[in-house]
Design a protein around this ligand. Structure first.
Ligand code: PGA
Length: 286
């Protein structure tokens, strides 16, 4: 079984984190979250089949070690919610986006309030495809994250540099700025309970993955930025996912990195068996 070396956050030694007694911070308290982002794939019939196959492929030990969420298109949410409830499947329902207002004249949009009514737990905000193709800025991402929080759901806030940024040596600065803007004004306790997905844009859907070392470096950087601004307790609680061409073959090396607390999986989450191999609890054994 693979050992998982969790870092307690940059300013807090493991021994101190474990001494806190809160049980909600530090070393082993960050249960990995593996999220399947289906993007604009699977109609609601296909969604029902996929979730049923996924439930069949996962077992009690998987859920014990790993939290799993699926993020189908809006039109599938009600169907997937019904299957999860009817069959008592401990997979969290997620969405891929939301509008920041609760209601109003916003043709085509779906609000966080509506998602909460469907028992959605996690909402992805600021995915690089939303930023690049739909003009989302850190300001809109911040407003969306606040809407998600207002309705007692957890935002998965995406950050990540483009290839140009990386080649120019500016990857850390870009990620720092996205993080600062997207989480601006949130309380430390809130930041400590949310999820940040580090997804280098050049690795998304390309088959290129960041090396485990590079991914760990940037996820540690995210945690240290959070420590600087919101304190060590927030940094120790924050879960940081890696995303970008995660597959069963590269997941083991990525998931054993100290500051990587799970994955945001696109293409490989569309196939239930493949996604289940990424969730496999043996990758996250203590
Ligand atoms: P990918 O997508 O796994 O297909 O690279 C990841 C994502 O966009 O969240």
């Amino acid at each position: 079984m693979r050992g998982r070396r969790k870092s307690p956050g940059p300013e807090r030694p493991v021994s101190e984190a474990n001494k806190s007694g809160s049980g909600s911070r530090g070393n082993d308290s960050r249960k990995p979250l593996i999220s399947g982002n289906w993007k604009m794939n699977h109609n609601h019939f296909e969604a029902i089949q996929t979730i049923q196959k996924l439930a069949y492929a996962l077992n009690r030990d998987d859920y014990l070690h790993v939290e799993v969420s699926v993020h189908p298109p809006f039109t599938d949410l009600r169907s997937v919610q019904t299957v999860l409830q009817a069959d008592d499947i401990p997979v969290a329902l997620g969405a891929q986006d939301c509008h920041h207002d609760d209601a109003g004249a916003f043709t085509g949009e779906v609000s966080a309030a509506m998602l909460a009514k469907l028992d959605v737990s996690y909402v992805i905000v600021g995915h690089s495809e939303r930023r690049a193709l739909f003009g989302e800025t850190d300001e809109t991402v911040n407003a969306k994250a606040r809407a998600v929080l207002r309705h007692n759901m957890t935002p998965i806030v995406c950050v990540g540099e483009t290839l140009e940024h990386r080649q120019a040596g500016g990857a850390r600065e870009v990620v720092s700025a996205q993080l600062a803007g997207s989480l601006d004004g949130l309380d430390a306790a809130v930041v400590g309970a949310l999820v940040v997905a580090y997804e280098p844009v050049w690795a998304i859907g390309t088959g290129e993955t960041a090396s485990p070392g590079d991914a760990q470096d940037m996820c540690a950087h995210v945690r240290s930025q959070v420590a600087d601004r919101w304190g060590s307790e927030a940094a120790a609680g924050l879960r940081v996912q890696y995303g970008g061409s995660v597959k069963p073959s590269n997941a083991p090396d990525l998931m054993e990195q100290a500051d990587i607390d799970g994955a945001l999986v696109g293409g490989a989450s569309l196939d239930a068996a493949e996604f289940a191999r990424i969730v496999n609890h043996r990758l996250y054994g203590t």
